[in-house]
Design a protein. Structure first.
Length: 479
């Protein structure tokens, strides 16, 4: 009986740990995504605030002023609008229109908060925007006048509908909920939505109080909104005063365990059958953990922006390819690829555009790869590396030129580049057939050839036969 009780207790604990791990992974992913999106929105708000603080910009023609003030504003679907509100609460600039609608926010919580003092990035209460069915949350920053007094507010509205849509596609299980709360206790999002819950303050609620303080955690509690007992997992969203939470009902968490307990109770009369049932249960748990570890390994070996392998994963796979090339006596080549004038591109067009270009470069590189043979990775910053097993210098040089051509055909504008578009430079190093490849030497040699491409004028490949240089700038196509 003691062994039976110990087994039941351990099994119950395993069920909770498995649920906590799954909920913890989900809250981490959701919090990181929201943190990244709020950062994009905040950068747009800061750009609008800084532009409006310049009296020369405020004096421009309305249409030109709108273009200048909101030039760096993100245009993601989750951003509804970015406004500039003057010290009286009236809207004076709108990211959607050179002639802003007649609206005023004198009584809005974010306006009052920023008018009293500079509170940094302020997250307001959920609100409805006229003409929009979804809830919105205002993120705002204070505008300081030339004399240091309150000059107004730059505010961006995050459409919470995009969160609700994301949550609806997640496997919550029966009775499961997803929550987003302000650190002051205000409920911003609940999926599934509960009538009258959005905007409600949960401050002083036992469940909410346990989320204040630590950045992450898990506990069991009873919801004050619907009286359900749940296992809550929560995580703070970056450094923001926001809390992302996932909660499965304890019935769902322990459903499998209860079934197992019933089976084990019956097994007391038939010990052999009980042992077999237990072994099958443990096998399922182990398979679940192995699958989770494999998924985490994929995440740890992938560049989150481009989806290519990261540097660590590249060298793991490249080492195996080098051993195979040495064993089989076949050639092997390495390409180092670097975006030309990328820093000036970021300075001119912004980091959001820069990230978009890096993703496009990754797709252009993948388009010239042999699936399951070649290895491409993001080496760091705007630099990429490609391993080409079985290809000597001539063949690898052709691949380098194909990649360079694919990037040129993207025709991504870059005013500060010589060609007027985004281009890449490539360095190539090869170990020919019969020469055992040394990966470190190949990477160093390819890197040196890359620098030669840069020195010789960029937008070219070095390390192969001296075949000609530049792709011409594409001619503009008629509209």
């Amino acid at each position: 009986m003691v062994v039976f009780a110990v087994v039941l207790a351990d099994s119950r604990a395993d069920a909770r740990r498995a649920a906590e791990a799954a909920e913890g992974n989900l809250t981490t992913a959701l919090a990181r995504d929201l943190d990244r999106n709020v950062e994009l929105l905040d950068l747009s708000i800061q750009a609008a605030r800084d532009a409006w603080s310049d009296p020369r910009i405020r004096a421009l023609d309305p249409e030109l002023r709108q273009l200048v003030v909101f030039d760096h504003s993100a245009t993601a679907s989750f951003i509804d609008a970015i406004l500039v509100v003057d010290r009286t609460g009236a809207v004076v600039a709108d990211s959607h229109s050179a002639t802003p609608p007649t609206r005023e926010f004198r009584e809005a919580d974010f306006f009052k908060a920023q008018a009293s003092r500079d509170v940094g990035l302020y997250i307001g209460r959920p609100m409805h925007v006229p003409g929009k069915p979804d809830w919105h949350v205002a993120f705002s920053r204070r505008i300081t006048a030339d004399d240091g007094s309150f000059g107004g507010v730059a505010v961006g509205f995050l459409n919470l509908g995009y969160l609700t849509e994301t949550y609806q596609h997640l496997p919550l299980g029966p009775g499961g909920v997803l929550l987003l709360l302000n650190a002051d206790g205000t409920l911003l999002v609940r999926e599934p939505e509960l009538r009258g819950a959005i905007g409600r303050s949960l401050k002083g609620n036992p469940v909410f109080d346990r989320m204040i303080g630590p950045d992450t955690g898990a506990f069991e509690g009873v919801s004050s909104l619907d009286g359900q007992s749940r296992l809550f997992a929560f995580r703070r969203v970056g450094i923001l005063p926001l809390i992302q939470a996932v909660a499965a009902t304890t019935d769902a968490v322990y459903a499998g365990w209860r079934i197992k307990a019933t089976v084990l109770g019956a097994v007391m009369a038939a010990l052999c059958s009980g042992i077999l049932a237990l072994l099958f249960g443990l096998k399922g748990e182990l398979q679940h953990r192995v699958a989770a570890e494999r998924a985490l390994d994929v995440l740890a070996s992938t560049d989150p922006l481009t989806g290519l392998a990261n540097r660590r994963r590249f060298f793991e796979r490249a080492a195996a390819r080098c051993d195979a090339a040495a064993r089989d006596g076949v050639p092997l080549s390495v390409l180092m690829i670097d975006a030309d004038h990328f820093k000036s591109f970021n300075d001119l067009y912004g980091h959001v555009a820069g990230d978009r270009v890096l993703v496009a470069l990754a797709r252009a590189i993948e388009g010239e790869m042999r699936v399951g043979v070649d290895v491409a990775a993001r080496y760091g910053g705007e630099e990429f590396i490609v391993l080409l097993p079985g290809l000597g210098r001539r063949e690898a040089f052709a691949v380098a030129e194909a990649i360079r051509g694919a990037v040129a055909r993207m025709a991504e504008p870059h005013e500060r580049a010589t060609a007027g578009i985004v281009t890449v430079s490539t360095g190539l190093a090869s170990a020919e057939a019969g020469t055992p490849p040394d990966l470190r030497i190949l990477v160093e040699a390819a890197d040196a050839e890359l620098y030669r491409s840069k020195r010789d004028g960029r937008n070219r490949s070095s390390g192969g036969e001296r075949v000609a240089a530049r792709y011409p700038r594409p001619e503009p196509q008629p509209a």
